[in-house]
Design a binder for this molecule. Sequence first.
Ligand SMILES: [Zn+2]
Length: 251
Amino acid sequence: MQENEALFSRHLRLASWGREMQDLVSRTSVLLVGAGGTGGLMAELIVRSGFGSLTLVDMDYVSISNVQRQVLFTAGDVGEPKAEVAERKLSAIGSGTKLTCIPEEFSPENATTLVSGADLVVECTDSLEAAMVANDACVKLGKPLVHMSAIEEYGQIKAYTPGLTSCLACFMPESLPELPTCSQIGVLASVPSLVSAMAFSVLLNVLRRRDDGALYFVDARELSVQKVRVERNVNCRACARGDYIHLRRRP
Ligand SMILES: [Zn+2]
């Protein structure tokens, strides 16, 4: 216990954190979908803060192009499953967070099982389809969700708190748009970590039930954050009508 007091002392001294928040995070299990640029730093922040458990799902293998921005991986990890490398690196932090790393695709087939085992879900793959699978599973099971993405010199963050704020389907068309990827148009080394560090504060707001439902646009070129209010859509197919289309079909 004394060791933990020292380990988490800088959080315990924060006026906004204290013993109550430390106890809360130590009881909280997080499902993190995607261990890339944004997911890598988020995993570190969750583990370093002493969350109770972290389950990380990622089917990818480390490639040399990841190393420029994905903080969990180095050139020596190329060719290894990201989930396995992540587990090794995160275990070495030694904060006591129980780790489970799953080298599988997050899909309609396993989403419900994975989400039901978590208190809170963070989705940060580069797939909009995967984000919507996470959204539908979270809405269906009443679990909070933090979604984030990063590309070029921009990023966005949106949380969903059941019964409190809008979900991703409240403003997303049913037919998902084709979006460019980082492999096509690039991403600045700092941007995934910048977005992820901000998303960690959004995650804490979700835990404190202070999620404002906003969509945050992060612009690393202009050094600005734009906060757009997203009201609940009373006709939302997911959170209003309970139509979970992304749990029915494969991405
Ligand atoms: Zn909705």
